[in-house]
Design a protein around this ligand. Structure first.
Ligand code: ADE
Ligand code: ZN
Length: 326
């Protein structure tokens, strides 16, 4: 009990957090009321987000995001998200931002959104002690053309705060290599790379993320466990997995945490880290992820220290930021 409380209270690094997906339902309901938009269909009676499966989750996510209109809306969201992170002991976090939802891929509009978000993040860092960095993400089911616009936004705004480029969305659509042009553009602009793979599709998708997009991190990647050669490749190349166990269980990738491969991957020498993905959608928090893993796999404080070291080593921020957080 005491040990569990200590584990829940550890300082945490989170590498995989969708910005809009972290919006508390009450925050979205409040914005909808202000703007007189009827969003009741995306909520359960108890106020939580209502969705049936992964593709429906994506459409509910996009509907919720629809009430976030102005840079000011996103700045308010930033404060709400970081208050939740700080309450969970998160000291460093990277979040996925989508130009598709912030100005529709227009670079000059994107700059305004980014500026508002960054200002809110810097205020929250002073007040709450949590450091945030941004990763521009393209959305796979929006297709390669929209991805290019997102990559251009990323390349034009890459700096010490906007540190990465990635891809989220429906892994069952298209191929990773359709997005190689965008990832190349982002890499040439100095951004570090991650892609969602091996959440819905198997080990070959994980290999393609590494080989076709040349990412150093993978969102999820857990289904690599189905092929020993892929597990070995990840371990050998030192690819870091952004594992989101609670998300995987709620979305049905695995029936229960006991079936989740995170501990097996770790024991096989793969660099694993722990994140929430879209916490209110999956009824999770960083504290819940940690206590769940401690209870299910017997992870102690030493293991969590190793997990957090792995995460800070794989963080996309500069060395000075990394040193200040560590
Ligand atoms: N966008 C938000 N959450 C996601 C997830 N778990 N997988 C793919 N795309 C997402
Ligand atoms: Zn994700």
């Amino acid at each position: 009990e005491e040990q569990l409380a200590r584990i829940a209270g550890l300082p945490k690094t989170e590498l995989h957090l969708h910005f809009e997906g972290a919006a508390p339902p009450a925050f979205i309901r409040g914005l909808a009321a202000e703007k007189q938009v009827d969003l009741s269909r995306i909520f359960n009676e108890d106020g939580s987000y209502a969705y049936r499966d992964f593709t429906h989750f994506l459409s509910v996510y996009e509907a919720a995001t629809g009430v976030l209109k102005t840079p000011e809306d996103f700045a308010r969201l930033c404060r709400a998200v970081l208050e939740e992170s700080a309450a969970n002991g998160v000291v460093y976090s990277e979040t996925f931002l989508s130009p598709d939802f912030c100005g529709g891929g227009d670079v000059s509009a994107w700059r305004d959104y980014l500026h508002a978000i960054r200002e809110a993040a810097e205020a929250a860092e002073r007040d709450l002690g949590v450091t945030l960095r941004g990763i521009v993400t393209c959305i796979r089911h929006f297709g390669p053309d929209k991805a290019r616009a997102a990559a251009l936004c990323a390349a034009e705004t890459a700096d010490d705060w906007l540190v990465g480029f990635g891809m989220a969305g429906d892994e069952n659509r298209g191929r990773q290599r359709d997005f190689a042009y965008s990832f190349d553009m982002a890499r040439e602009a100095g951004l570090q790379l991650t892609s969602h793979a091996g959440e819905w599709r198997g080990p070959s998708e994980v290999r393609e993320a590494v080989e076709d997009l040349r990412v150093t991190r993978i969102g999820h990647g857990v289904r690599a466990i189905e092929d020993p050669a892929t597990v070995e490749m990840l371990a050998e190349r030192g690819v870091t997995l952004e594992v989101c166990p609670g998300s995987n269980v709620v979305l049905g990738v695995y029936p229960a945490l006991a079936d989740h491969p995170i501990d097996r991957l770790r024991r096989a020498g793969v660099k694993v880290t722990v994140s929430t993905d879209d916490p209110p959608f999956f009824h999770t928090t960083m504290r819940r992820e940690y206590t769940g893993l401690a209870q299910r796999f017997g992870w102690d404080e030493e293991v969590f220290a190793e997990i957090n070291n792995t995460a800070m080593d794989a963080a996309f921020c500069d060395a000075a930021t990394r040193a200040a957080v560590k």
